[in-house]
Every structure is written in structure tokens, then in C-alpha cells.
Design a protein around this ligand. Structure first.
Ligand SMILES: Cc1ncc(COP(=O)(O)O)c(C=O)c1O
Length: 406
């Protein structure tokens, strides 16, 4: 009988602890807790009757194909719909530039598997999406972070840290639009500068874009991918998901990039998940082509923008300047970033917040190395406007008590 499974594990998996955010969800079973911790889109924005109708039609007309295996790269008609969808955003591609994935997280996993050997370097923003960190950590890279600025990735900071690395990083990973967790959007100037750096140093850029169409104010800024195309480059790999604009439960996304990269990612997909379920792809195709995308997105933007305003107003009311608390003011997306006085450790504060029946994600999970401990991530899209205000009230009491105790 095997006594010690641990000694059987792969070396690179021995210390792997999985998704750090997942661990805090065990505290959230109590329905009295207002959770600003998840990254959930609101079910109010699900296209319920359209989804039922589309689902019924698919099951009536195509059941035998839906429940079969299907091609690993994705369904042709879905890929064609995505090509049109991307054209609206200034991106011109061919089918060989696209791989359908089973979610954004899967797209990140394929990226890590394709590029990283153990000990390879990658560069990321500080903070950045915890799910990307955990996906890349499966390959055991050395992660170099560069502190974000109010207008996005700190390109000079990247240059300075790059100069000190013994070898080039395999890629730089960024979320230029309404970044998770900070809500920060990278300016056009910095996007161009990131591309300059990428060309100069021959380093691929991985652009993760789940929130791009969720802009509530200000002008859209061209994606890195489209800017790269304008400059006739092929340095950017784009990661997309339907999770935040259609449904996270459907688990569908897509990666775009040079045909070589996409073919290779497809080969890896063949060895990890095989095909993305055809039913799920069909639902997303119908979402793009028959569910009035523009009016749906307009509705989402209005709905989330109102929640963001409610949250920001409550923050101004309950955290006056003398509290030393500051927060980002995103132009879109689902998250914002709150910075507390340095003496507050938000991991400890989290335990107290649970007693106050409010939850957030402690900021330290959003760093690949040397975490800062005095920040927290807020998701404003899921709970009601009334709950958002109540949550801020509870948070302010909890922070004040923590400060008094110090
Ligand atoms: C920046 C970023 N990338 C990728 C994902 C993963 O999305 P999915 O639910 O499709 O796996 C998320 C989800 O929160 C995200 O914020």
C-alpha cells in the first residue's frame, strides 16, 4: 500500500498550492456575509430567455453532433464569427490565427505550457491577475514583477529590471484594459512603449483582454494586438474569454497569435482537454451573431457603471482623507484596488472583516514575488447597490477598529 503519495508527485508540483483566492471562499458560506471577493459577472446580465431559446434550438436540431467529439482547434462557424467580432476592434486575422480555448484560464495554461521551462523568467505587473500567476507557476518560472503606475504598466521599470536579468524573459504578461485586480487601464503611450520594448528586446507580449468591452467612461484605447498589427508586428498573443460578457459557466475563450504559436497551443490542447464542448461553442457563436451584442453590452455597461458609481460614492463618504485610505477609479471592468495605511495587513484584516460580515480579496495574492500587504481587491459587479453601500460601511468600521488596536 502506498504510504506517502507526496514523494510520488512531480518535483515541480510538490510545492504547488493551487489558486490562492480559492482558499478564502471557504469563509463565504454564511449568507450574511456580503462578498466583494469573487470576480463574478451579475446574473442580472445573463441573457436568460435568449439562452433558453438558443439552447432549445441546438438540442432540437443538432443533438447528435453536440454530444460527439469535435475538432480540437474549434468549430469553423464559431471561428468565423470571432474573426468578424475582432474586426470591429481593428484586428484582422485568418482562421489559423485562432484557437478556441475552454476559458481564459485555459488560455493562460496553454501559454505557460508552451513557453516556459522551469526557472525561465517571465515579467508581470505588480499587482496582476492571480489566476495568471497560478497558471504560470505550474511551470515553475522565476517571476519578476514591476510596480504598476496610475496609467498602467511601468515600461521604464520593465526596462530597468530587464537590464539586470541574466537572460531574457520568455514573455511579458499584461492586462491593459481595466486590469484585474487594480482596475487600471494602460495608456496609449505606454502600450506603444511596451511594443517598442518588445521589438527592441525580442520579447513576446501576452495581452489578456477579458474586460475590453466593459468600458463605462472615457475613450477606448486600441489593444496591444491591434497596435502591433498596425506596425506590422507579430509580437503579441491575445487571450480572450466569454466569461465576463456572456457566461463564466460556459467556459469558452480563445487565443490569437501567429499561426505557429496557435498550432502549437492546439497541439498542447489536444493533450490536455482535447476539444472544447461543441454545445458551449455554439452558444457563444449564437451570442455573437444572434443575441444583439451591441445592445447587450450597452445594458451591461449601464448596469455595472451604476454599481461602480454607487461604490465610489460610498467610499468617499465612509473613508474621508484623514483615514489614509485611497482607491483606484476605474473606467470599466469589474474591480478596483483599495490601498490602506501600511501598518494594516489585509490578510489579517480579512479575518476581522469576516466577523463584520464583509469579504474582499487580500491584495497579497496578486503579486508573483515580494507581496505588498496593505491592499485589497474589490469586486463591485455582483452584489446589489444596497449591499455595496452596506459593505463599505462594514469595511470602514472594521478598518477603523484595526487602526485603533494598533
Ligand atoms: C485578467 C483575467 N484573465 C483571465 C481570467 C479567466 O477567465 P475565465 O473565467 O474565462 O477562466 C480572468 C477572470 O477573472 C481575468 O480577470
Amino acid at each position: 500500500m502506498i504510504q506517502n503519495w507526496k514523494e510520488k508527485y512531480a518535483k515541480i508540483m510538490k510545492d504547488f498550492e493551487g489558486y490562492s483566492i480559492g482558499k478564502i471562499f471557504k469563509y463565504l458560506g454564511n449568507p450574511e456575509i456580503i462578498s466583494l471577493a469573487g470576480g463574478l459577472p451579475s446574473p442580472d446580465m445573463f441573457l436568460k430567455s435568449e439562452m433558453r431559446k438558443a439552447s432549445h434550438k441546438l438540442l432540437e436540431n443538432d443533438l447528435e453532433n453536440i454530444f460527439q467529439y469535435s475538432p480540437v482547434p474549434g468549430e469553423d462557424d464559431f471561428i468565423a464569427a470571432i474573426l468578424k467580432f475582432l474586426q470591429r476592434d481593428g484586428i484582422k486575422l485568418e482562421p489559423e490565427n485562432i484557437l478556441i480555448t475552454s476559458s481564459g484560464q485555459h488560455g493562460l495554461d496553454l501559454t505557460g505550457r508552451l513557453f516556459l521551462d522551469p526557472e525561465d523568467y517571465i515579467m508581470i505587473d505588480r499587482p496582476t491577475f492571480a489566476g495568471a500567476i497560478v497558471a504560470f507557476q505550474m511551470q515553475h518560472p522565476q517571476i519578476i514583477g514591476v510596480d504598476m503606475e496610475a496609467d498602467g504598466s511601468n515600461v521604464d521599470g520593465y526596462r530597468a529590471k530587464l537590464a539586470k536579468l541574466p537572460v531574457k524573459p520568455k514573455f511579458i504578461y499584461v492586462v491593459p484594459d481595466f486590469q484585474n485586480p487594480s482596475g487600471i487601464t494602460t495608456s496609449l503611450e505606454k502600450r506603444e512603449a511596451l511594443l517598442d520594448l518588445s521589438y527592441e528586446m525580442d520579447i513576446p507580449l501576452v495581452e489578456d483582454s477579458p474586460y475590453r468591452d466593459l468600458r463605462y467612461r472615457g475613450e477606448a484605447i486600441p489593444s496591444l494586438f491591434s497596435l502591433d498589427q498596425q506596425r506590422e508586428g507579430t509580437n503579441v498573443i491575445g487571450l480572450y474569454t466569454f466569461s465576463k460578457i456572456f457566461s463564466p459557466g460556459i467556459r469558452v475563450g480563445f487565443n490569437i497569435g501567429p499561426p505557429d504559436v496557435i498550432t502549437k497551443m492546439g497541439n498542447i490542447k489536444g493533450g490536455n482537454t482535447l476539444n472544447t464542448p461543441k454545445y458551449n461553442q455554439d452558444m457563444c457563436r449564437i451570442f455573437l451573431t444572434e443575441m444583439n451584442y451591441d445592445s447587450h453590452m450597452e445594458k451591461c455597461r449601464k448596469y455595472y457603471s451604476k454599481k461602480l458609481d454607487t461604490f465610489l460614492e460610498a467610499m468617499s463618504e465612509y473613508f474621508p482623507p484623514e483615514t489614509g485610505v485611497s482607491w483606484t477609479k476605474p473606467e470599466g471592468g469589474l474591480f478596483l484596488w483599495v490601498s490602506l495605511p501600511k501598518k494594516i495587513d489585509t490578510l489579517k484584516l480579512f479575518q476581522k472583516a469576516i466577523e463584520y460580515k464583509v469579504a474582499f480579496v487580500p491584495g497579497e495574492v496578486f503579486y508573483g514575488e515580494n507581496p505588498e500587504n496593505n491592499h485589497l481587491r474589490i469586486n463591485f459587479s455582483y452584489v446589489s447597490a444596497e449591499q455595496l453601500v452596506e459593505a463599505v460601511k462594514r469595511l470602514s468600521k472594521c478598518v477603523k477598529e484595526d487602526l485603533r488596536e494598533q
